[in-house]
Design a protein around this ligand. Sequence first.
Ligand code: PHE
Length: 290
Amino acid sequence: MDSSSHVYDAPPAGANADWTVPQNWDAFGADDHAMWDRLFARQTAMLPGRAADAFLRGIDVLKLTRPGIPDYRELNARLMAATGWQIVAVPGLVPDDVFFDHLANRRFPAGNFIRTPEQLDYLQEPDIFHDVFGHVPMLADPVFADYMVAYGKGGLRSLGFGALDHLARLYWYTVEFGLIQQADGLRIYGAGIVSSYAESIFALEDPSPNRIAFDLLRVMRSHYRIDDFQQNYFVVSSMEQLLQVTVETDFAPLYERLESLPDILVGETIAEDALVTKGTQEYVKGASRY
Ligand code: PHE
């Protein structure tokens, strides 16, 4: 999701009123499918022991191991059976209200292009590998699936409070870059991490970032960076915790408090933080090792 950088004010030619376009699966060529397979093989080899159980289960349940870019007709049948969610293709970033409305109705908007070989490790706009491999497995988890619906409804509500920037931080630090404490260790579940080879290692194993116990208000005060690895990650103790605290809390009074609370900068910690690991912040100080 992005709150500001969408290019269009209205659905582009050929798109529906809700900004969806046909996936047009038949138009993907052999190179596109080969790129998916290459990214898929690299990620699935390294994710066992790193990705959350719910994520790995999703890959299985959705039969994502089938080669090539998934055909949404087939994928949606499995996803619908698991949690009632569907993937819809969109031409790129969509306006916030459109995005939230899709989520609130159990539709996940996914980019409809795949990166080129030059973009293997980095690209700024979400492609189909990030959106489908990164996001869709968690949507097969019933608790996470409900969280995303609640988030969509909460997103629509936040617009009325002018609180979109605060709520976007919650999405960033959970859906995109969340960590979870499992009984057998720390795991990644955020789509921005699990779809990135280098950040999957960095987020769990590098001494640089802070790993901080999830706190709703704290997260909504926290700046994030979109152009490099995160310097702070937030750790939920379970998906149920995340769902419960966000659904049972009325955000309206929080939005009001947030207006007078100072923002917390990238990589910063505050006295109230419950640190799972205190980072050295060496990555930002020194040269990149990835
Ligand atoms: N409970 C939130 C509100 O009152 C809605 C919400 C749910 C927001 C889940 C984010 C995630 O606005």
